[in-house]
Design a protein around this ligand. Structure first.
Ligand code: PRX
Length: 682
């Protein structure tokens, strides 16, 4: 019978070390086990019937193939893309074990392709030139625009031609500091077309952060916009860029050109500060360039982009992704995790300044020829019904967002699949998303992944299997997650520990820009033989994965990764701050909030003004999104005798779990704990 065959498969897969959904088939096949489970959400039969993966059996079959023969599995998929020249043999090579030498991951090396060509030209050649590529929704009600695939290609080519004209060549870096205008994905695609390496900096970062990123990759040109309205507020981006470029020049990096899109709904050209000879208006110059542009063919392993992300030490890390593997991986994960069909209208609320916007606003969807909604504004402007309106207006059928956004209430008939990303989603938020937003009809893809992974690693395939609210479920094809204990020993069955990945997948990052050693020590040294994600995870008796959050000094605020060390160094740079320690605390809306303990220079009195000025320092050095929610005055910090700050205790104080402080006797000065508690609400 079907059941017998499936359970045979299950046994087979489980011997492959990746955690198999051990009882999944039995559950789906409706045998007695199902009734034991009260927390299962079974996919609707009519959804499953039309899904790419209608049953666990089909997933398990393909998963098994993908693990037993990654080269065969991925080259079959890669063959569906356009390659100027096919990759050489082997399909991939890797060393993920620091004990065996340098970490090295390569996929499809020798293959010659171009991701922009695959996003645009290939879809146009397939007859989709007149299909809508982008529905753009502006900040203000009624401000909108569309681009077909043909029109998008023309815009991309004009910019690509301009960039070539000013001397940008294959391998050169281009920094993009743009809000969510159509010009942001256009800029990314134009760089990709000519083989330039884009480094998008989220337009909420401060001038100092922007400058740091400019100095790191030394671009010839910065692409920006004069200003943007987010909600009721105008942000003068060009001022921030001017300050960043001045700062960069002081540090030896002079940028020749600042190409500025005139967003006159936010600020007129006349009111925009201008540096003659360096600054160029986007619209004025690009219209002079032809709207077709030859593609620069690149190797699969040529870099596609840099994206900086926070780690547990102060300096942001430039995560580097290459072309071929990233292309194949983002396209495939997009298609299957969202059960994408050509008739879908897809909206991901992420900004292209983060990895989600790279992989699942721009590349993944466009490689599939999808229609994508790009939204400039804020989800609660002019009111909290805005998302609801947008879903309705464009008949969005796949909606991908961060749990933080769930506070906005809406439910629309057009929705088919929901997606969640960025932070663990708790079961009650999951149920709310499912019942209210999705009308108990739409499966939820809770996608677990990271800037470093390029695309989803653990994600449901909608329609394939029963969901458990709050679980990201099972690994994507080719991905072998393992949970290890402190010593790096792999845990089997029901367990809880550190989430690692064994062997590479095509979308994996290849290095940290300019610092391969840091790449090796940060990700591959903690548990030799594995990629270490920095996340905690447990696996239940059925093989479902439950992410439990970061286990390092990284805070996840509204799905944005912020290193505590970065916030601390911004605080300490304030002349009146002697020392600072930052921890994450649970936050109703943002997932986690930033909680800072601050010790002042001796003799400086506590004041609200000083609080504000400390917070200002963080906004200036990192960006508004990293501003601490709370400054807690600390006459001293709890430290061990060797001077290490005991964050465990600070976390308990921050979350007011005062009866769980644990052993404080090993502190150098146990008295500081009482002092901190006394000042908690001052
Ligand atoms: O802690 C995990 C959390 O976000 C981190 C990655 O952040 P970033 O590189 O900025 O990428 C965010 C978008 C992929 C992870 O280490 N995270 C991401 N997705 C989930 C998640 N935590 C739980 N569940 C998720 N679905």
């Amino acid at each position: 019978t079907n059941g017998a065959r499936s359970s045979h498969r299950l046994r087979h897969v489980s011997s492959l070390a990746a955690p198999p959904p051990s009882r999944l088939n039995a559950v789906v096949l409706g045998d007695a086990l199902a009734s034991e489970e009260h927390d299962l959400v079974i996919p609707k039969p009519d959804f499953s019937a039309q899904a790419h993966f209608p049953s666990p059996a089909k997933y398990l079959d393909l998963y098994k193939q993908s693990i037993e023969d990654p080269a065969g599995f991925w080259s079959d998929i890669a063959s569906q893309f356009y390659w100027k020249q096919k990759w050489a043999s082997p399909v991939y090579s890797e060393n993920m074990d620091v004990r065996e030498g340098r970490i090295n991951i390569e996929w499809f090396k020798g293959g010659i392709t171009n991701i922009c060509y695959n996003c645009l030209d290939a879809n146009i050649a397939a007859g989709n030139g007149e299909k809508i590529a982008i529905y753009w929704e502006g900040n203000e009600l009624g401000a909108d625009a569309t681009l077909t695939y043909n029109q998008l290609l023309h815009k991309v080519c004009q910019l690509a031609n301009y960039l070539k004209d000013i001397g940008v060549r294959k391998g050169d870096a281009v920094v993009i500091y743009q809000p969510m205008l159509m010009e942001l994905p256009i800029a990314m695609l134009a760089c990709a077309r000519i083989g330039a390496v884009h480094s998008v900096v989220f337009a909420g970062f401060s001038s100092e952060s922007l400058s740091q990123r400019i100095v790191d990759c030394k671009p010839k040109v910065v692409l920006t916009c004069n200003a943007v309205k987010r909600g009721p507020k105008v942000i003068n981006l060009k001022d921030i860029v001017d300050a960043a470029l001045a700062e960069s020049a002081k540090n030896g990096t002079v940028v020749d050109v600042c190409l500025t899109y005139a967003n006159e709904s936010a600020l007129t050209k006349e009111s925009t500060k201008w540096v003659e000879g360096r600054d160029i208006w986007w619209q004025d110059i690009l219209s002079k360039y032809p709207n077709s542009c030859d593609v620069e063919w690149v190797d699969a392993e040529d870099p596609l982009f840099l994206l900086y992300t926070s780690g547990s030490t102060g300096k942001p890390k430039g995560v580097l992704h290459t072309t071929g593997g990233y292309m194949v991986y983002t396209a495939t994960t997009f298609k299957y995790a969202f059960d994408y069909k050509p008739s879908d209208v897809y909206w991901c609320t992420a900004d292209c300044g983060w990895i989600t916007g790279h992989s699942y606003v721009t590349y993944g969807p466009m490689l599939n020829g999808a229609t994508v909604v790009v939204f400039e504004g804020a989800p609660n402007y002019p009111d909290s019904g805005r998302c609801w309106d947008i879903v309705d207006k464009y008949k969005v059928s796949i909606f991908y967002t961060a749990p933080t956004l769930f506070v906005t209430r809406y439910s629309r008939k057009s929705l088919r699949v929901l997606g969640s990303v960025g932070e663990p989603i708790n079961p009650s938020a999951w149920r709310w998303f499912f019942n209210v937003v999705g009308d108990s009809r739409c499966p939820i893809s809770d996608t677990w992944w990271q800037t470093e992974t390029g695309g989803f690693l653990i994600t449901p395939l909608p329609g394939a299997w029963p969901q458990k609210p709050g679980s990201a479920t099972f690994p994507f094809f080719g991905v072998q997650p393992v949970i290890v204990d402190e010593k790096g020993a792999e845990l089997e069955g029901e367990c809880s520990g550190y989430l690692c990945v064994k062997s590479s997948w095509p979308g994996a990052f290849r290095t940290l820009y300019g610092d391969h050693e840091r790449y090796e020590t940060t990700y591959f040294s903690a548990f030799p033989g594995y990629y270490f994600s920095g996340d905690g995870c447990s696996r239940d008796k059925d093989g479902y994965h439950w992410l439990t959050g970061r286990v390092d000094d990284v805070i996840n605020v509204s799905g944005h990764r912020i290193g505590t060390a970065e916030v601390e160094s911004a605080l300490v740079s304030h002349p009146q701050c002697a020392e600072a320690a930052v921890v994450g605390v649970e936050h109703e809306v943002k997932g986690q909030g930033i909680y800072a303990f601050v010790t002042l220079v001796e003799g400086v009195p506590y004041s609200d003004d000083l609080r504000k000025s400390l917070i200002m320092n963080v906004r200036k050095q990192i960006g508004a999104f990293a501003a601490p929610d709370k400054i807690h005055w600390a006459p001293g910090l709890p430290k061990t005798r060797s001077g290490k700050i005991m964050r465990r205790i600070l976390r308990k104080i921050a979350s007011r779990q005062l009866d769980e402080l644990g052993d404080t006797s090993t502190l150098a000065e146990p008295g500081v704990v009482d002092q901190l508690i006394a000042l908690a609400d001052s």
